[in-house]
Design a protein around this ligand. Structure first.
Ligand code: MG
Length: 159
């Protein structure tokens, strides 16, 4: 069996007048993430980790923000398409570990739903998908609530 690890990182800017989507969950907040898609930074980091593990290109290559087809698209759909790219090549997901860096809002109540969403899409158990949230102690752009960052590590395998 061949196993591969992958790493993904993403940042989106927080602005008024946008919905906040993280891990396929709409999180109530006064600000939302700006982007061509729904700007689900957590899923974007996860997609990049999956693509990297499979030796493919990055999310911007497959789903460019210059393409109107991806305007306001749900990032869960981008994740489904990413997983199809992996499946076509015989890869399945082992586990994923994700960190979201946000000063606000408190994400703890929404994490079980994020894990359930991601586990269903990746066809793994919820225990195989960890989502952790941290503040950055009011430091940097995340600490100043200018944006949210996310980092993902995944393991994929192929027989
Ligand atoms: Mg992004």
């Amino acid at each position: 069996m061949k196993i591969r690890v992958g790493l993904g990182f993403d940042v989106h800017r927080l602005v008024p007048g946008r919905e906040l989507w993280l891990g396929g969950v709409k999180v109530p907040h006064t600000l939302g993430l700006l982007g061509h898609s729904d700007a689900d930074v957590l899923i974007h980091a996860l997609c990049d980790a999956l693509l990297g593990a499979a030796g493919l290109r990055d999310i911007g290559y497959y789903f460019p923000d210059s393409d109107a087809a991806f305007k306001d698209i749900r990032s869960t759909i981008l994740l489904e398409r990413t997983l199809s790219l992996l499946k076509e090549r015989g890869w399945s997901v082992g586990n994923a570990d994700i960190v979201v860096m946000a000063q606000k809002p408190k994400l703890l109540p929404y994490i079980p739903q994020m894990r359930a969403n991601l586990a269903r899409l990746m066809e793994v158990e919820e225990a195989d998908v960890c989502v952790k949230a941290t503040t950055t102690e009011q430091l940097g752009f995340t600490g100043r609530e200018e944006g949210i960052a996310a980092q993902a590590a995944v393991l994929i395998c192929r027989n």
